[in-house]
Design a protein around this ligand. Sequence first.
Ligand SMILES: C[S@@+](CC[C@H](N)C(=O)[O-])C[C@H]1O[C@@H](n2cnc3c(N)ncnc32)[C@H](O)[C@@H]1O
Length: 288
Amino acid sequence: MTTGATFAADWLDLREPFDAAARNPDLAARFIAALPPRPVLIDLGAGGGSLFRWLAPRIGGDQAWLLVDADAGLLEHALAITAAWADVHGFAVRSALDGLTLRTQGGIWRLTTRVADLADLAPLDIGQADAIVCSALLDLVSARWIARLAAATRGPVLACLNVDGHDATCPPHAADRAVTTGFRRDQARDKGFGPALGRHATAAVRAAFTARGFTVVAAPSPWRIPPDAAAMLAALVHGHAVAATLRLPAARGAIAHWQSTRLRQIAAGRLAMRVGHRDVLALPHGDP
Ligand SMILES: C[S@@+](CC[C@H](N)C(=O)[O-])C[C@H]1O[C@@H](n2cnc3c(N)ncnc32)[C@H](O)[C@@H]1O
């Protein structure tokens, strides 16, 4: 990674249940229907592997996944947490240096990992995979990078949890607009792929993949964070305040007031948030 988007394992773990509840099952079912038997999938920016743990059981049968990420620590975490998850589900687990094999009732699920900077897609041989998946990645990248992904891809693509800007926080606060403005500016920062798309990711996927002859469908997959999810709410409030202060230093005082009010509301069980996302499916022509 060059100018950097780093993600703590703790944060990815904290968001996993919200991600799982948010992902769009109908789009996933259409993606699965387009897979060949025993598919080989590449998960771009796989992080702690939460998409594998959500999607692999839905695919069910024999499958092989390559989890790619720039952060070797996150990929190690992905293997450790997936082995523990497999134990809980009663799957037999065999560990190797670069991956895991899970023997499940549905089939054999093979996971391998690869540390790579996705800024350069060429070494990954994307076109050799049966399908490409990713989650919470495409809002970090640029339109140019998505065009390169579309040019390299042959099979179906499922890109989950791309922010869409349809956020809501209840109750409202006078500084919400300043925080959103600063946060969005920070989202657009170059994270090593060119100017980041943020909430425009879905439109860029639609344009790039349609131009390559894919059929593109999108569906909402928002996080709905209730007042009792204090740790998740606090993490979001902190993340928004830090990013907004960085981009709008003149509004530092208003943002600090926003943050302390929001933290008091969390402690009192009076804050709820919705963070808008879209899942996007791109199917090569001929797929259902
Ligand atoms: C928001 S996290 C999503 C992780 C995971 N897909 C999930 O849904 O939990 C974005 C991931 O992209 C990875 N990433 C960011 N920039 C990258 C790059 N240039 N090359 C490879 N991975 C990158 C990060 O390390 C991180 O794991």
